[in-house]
Design a protein around this ligand. Structure first.
Ligand code: SF4
Length: 224
């Protein structure tokens, strides 16, 4: 593989020595390294924002910070063409349902970045009746960026952290090439409160216990 003018610096495996006279001409690398290098340097985020953090995300794409330096400037308007979901803002119970649907519509490999205090844990609205305490209760999060709001620089640091994570993966163990390891997340159910279908059995047991306790109280009152 040619190096130098081809722009493949960083691909060379440092464990494999190359004679000095050939160092500017060829690079010897592994399949994992080139696979991860090409993926991590061309992440396409979904064109999607939720609240005030989204303004900082938009600023990071503008000329002053310019995420095109990370190969990320192509924000896609379709989850089918995106591989990075940036949760940039407050996640309400009403909104978590379409977020999970969008996540399921993204093809593998896909990554999630929780931007800011709201997306990571509810933020200033944590105790609010209509806000979930972190998107990671519903979909897996790869990188958390703290702040309220995080600055564009903090978001860029989150991108670099994500690139490092991608570069540590191996094509032999990534779940999207292994059957049964990459399944859709069940859609939450929005009713009087938001319900995660994975917790349905626990909720049913607690409801039955509450009914039994109420019946026991009523019968003891009747006896008295
Ligand atoms: S973390 Fe702060 S800036 Fe970001 S969405 Fe929440 S309240 Fe807004």
């Amino acid at each position: 593989m040619t190096n130098g003018k081809s722009g493949l610096e960083g691909l060379q495996n440092p464990d494999i020595p190359i004679p000095e006279e050939l160092q500017s001409t060829i690079a010897v690398t592994s399949l994992d390294r080139i696979y991860n290098w090409s993926r991590s340097k061309s992440m396409w985020p979904l064109l999607f924002g939720l609240a005030c953090c989204a303004i900082e995300m938009i600023a990071s794409a503008a000329s002053r910070y310019d995420i095109s330096r990370f190969g990320m400037e192509v924000m896609r308007a379709s989850p089918r063409q995106a591989d990075l979901l940036i949760i940039s803002g407050t996640v309400t119970k009403k909104m978590v349902v379409p977020i999970v649907r969008i996540y399921n519509q993204m093809p593998e490999p896909k990554y999630v970045l929780a931007m800011g205090a709201c997306a990571s844990g509810g933020g200033p609205f944590k105790e609010g009746y209509n806000v979930v305490s972190g998107i990671d209760k519903y979909i897996p999060v790869d990188v958390y960026v703290p702040g309220c709001p995080p600055t564009p620089q903090a978001l860029l640091n989150g991108f670099i952290t994500l690139q490092k994570k991608i570069e540590s993966q191996s094509i032999r163990t990534v779940p999207w090439y292994r059957s049964g390891e990459s399944e859709a997340v069940p859609l939450p159910v929005l009713g009087p409160d938001i319900i995660d279908p994975r917790q349905a059995e626990l909720i049913r047991q607690q409801a039955q216990r509450a009914v039994a306790e109420r019946a026991a109280e009523a019968s003891s009152e009747a006896e008295a």
